[in-house]
Design a protein. Sequence first.
Length: 577
Amino acid sequence: MASLVSWNCRGLKTKISDLKDIINTYRPACIALQETHFKTTDNIKVKHYSVLNKNYDSDRASGGVALLIAKDIPSAPLQLNTSLQAIAARIHTISLITICSLYLPPNQQINQIDLNELVYQLPDPFILLGDFNGHSSIWGSSDSNSRGVQIEQLLTDHNLCILNSDQQTYFHQPTKTFHSIDLAICSPSIYPFFDLAIDNSLHNSDHFPLTLSDNRNNHFDSNRPERYVFAAANWTKFARLAAITTHMVENSSIDEAVYAVTRVMNDAANSAIPKAHNSGRKQNKPWWNQDCRMALNRQDKAWSVFRRYPTTSNLIAFKMARAEFRRIRRRSERSSWINYISTITYSTSSYKLWQKVKKASGASISNSISVLHVNGQTISSPKNIANSIASTLSDTSSSHNYTYTFLNHRSEVEKETLNFSSQSYLQYNSNFSFQEFQSCLSTVHKSSPGPDNISYLMIQNLTSVSQANLLRLYNRIWNEHYFPTLWQQAVIIPLLKAGKDPTNPSSYRPIALTSCLCKLLEKMINRRLVYFLETKLPSSMPKWFPERSVDPRQSFGVGNRHSSRIFAKKTSGGHIF
C-alpha cells in the first residue's frame, strides 16, 4: 500500500476510471495530480477523498493541478501565494507532512525566484511532487536541459533531496522513447522514510504514476473497525448460539447480567456473521464485467510486448488494443447506467430514490478529518485531535459557563424534594409485557450500534425464549431502579457545523452512539409514558403526536382575534410538556 501517488493524468475527466484503478491498487493517503485540464467551472467528486484543485486560467482546458486527500486522515489545505501551477496541503499519516503538487509546462519560462518562493511557503517537512519537464543525469536522463539546471539549483539552494534514481516516468509516443521528468523532491529529514516506485501501466496517459511508500510502521489502517456483513449472516446459527437464559439474567447483579447478555450475543455474532474490513478508500466500478477484464488483459499484454520490443508494429498493436478496451468500457458504462436508471419506477420510495441519486452523483456523507489549531499549536494526530475535541465539548457543557448566581440558585433548588408520589400498582409502573417489547422492536429503524457492537437486527433475530429472558432483564432494571454501567458508555462522533472553521475544535457538535439494547428499553419506557400522558390530557387540548393535526392557533391556547394578532407580529412560540 502506497502512502502517496503522483500522476500526470493528461485530462482527469476522461481518466476517472483509471484513477479509480490506481486508488484500488494502492489505497493512497494522498494523490497529487498534474494536467487535470479543468476549467474554472469544472468540479469532480471522488468517493472517500477530498479534492483540492487549482485550474490554469486559459481559454481552453489545459494544465491544472489537484490534490486528492483521503478523508480518514487529518488534513488541512495550505494557502499558497504563487503564480505557478501548484497546490499544497498538510496531512498526517504517521507524522505531519506537507504535500505539494506542481506542474511546470515545458514551453513556459519559469523564474527561479518563483520556485524559491514556493519552497519558502512549504512548512517542513514537505514532499514536492509533479511533472517538472526537466532533464538531468541526477535522476536518470541521458541529457540535460535548462529546466533540469533550474531544478538542480533548487535542490542545492534549499538542501533538498530527490527520491528518483533512474526510473523512466514518461513515454514520448512520436519517438517511442522513455524519459524521466516526473519527480519527487523532499526535505532531508524524511528522505530515509520514503521509497519511490513507478507503476508499470500508463493508465491511458503518457505518464506513469509515481508511488511513494512510507517504510515506518503505520498502525492507522489496522485500527479501522470491522463491520458485520448481515446479508451473509447465518441467523439460525446466531439464534442458537445467542441463548439468553433465565439463570443469566436473574442470578447475578444487573451489571453482570448485562455483561453476560452482551458477551453471548457478541460471541454468537462472531461465529455466525462474517466480518469485513472497512474498505476505506475503495472505489466502486459497478459497470466492470468480464468483457472489460478480458479487453484490459489484451491491452496490458500488447503494452508489455511493446515495452520489450519498441517497434512501430508493436506500438500500433498496443494502440489498437487500447482503443478496443475503451470502446468496450464505454459500452459497459452506458449499459450499466441504463440498467440502473430502469430500476426507478413509480413504486420506488423517496428514500430509495434519493439513495440512487446520491450514488449516481458520487455524493459522500463522510466528513474529512481536519488538522486543528489550538492556542497557536497544530494538532494533527488522530488521538490528539479526538482528545482536543472531547476536551472542548466537555468545557462547553461544564458548570463553569453559568453565573455564580445561577449556580447558587440551582444548588438550592436541587435540595428541594419533588412533590410527587407514585405507587407500584399504578399501570405505568407495572412490568413491561412481551407485547410491548415486540411492538417497540418491530418499529426500530436502522441504527449504528454503540460500543457493545450489538445492532437491532441481532435482537430481532433472537429466539422468542431469548427475547423473553431479555425482557426479564429489562423488568429487573425497571423495578430495581438501576441503570447498567455498560450502557453509560457511548461512541462520540464529532460533526462539523455548517459554515464553521474545521480547524477550530469548537466548530463540532457531538453525535452519541449508545447501546441498541439500552435504546430499545428507552423506547418502551417512552411509549408507555406518552400513552399515559395522552390519556390525562383533556380532549380540547392539542396533542403533538404522529398523524395528529394541530391548528396553529390552538397551540397558543388563544382565540382567533388574539392569534391573528400574534401571527401578524411573527411571534414564535414553543411547546413545553
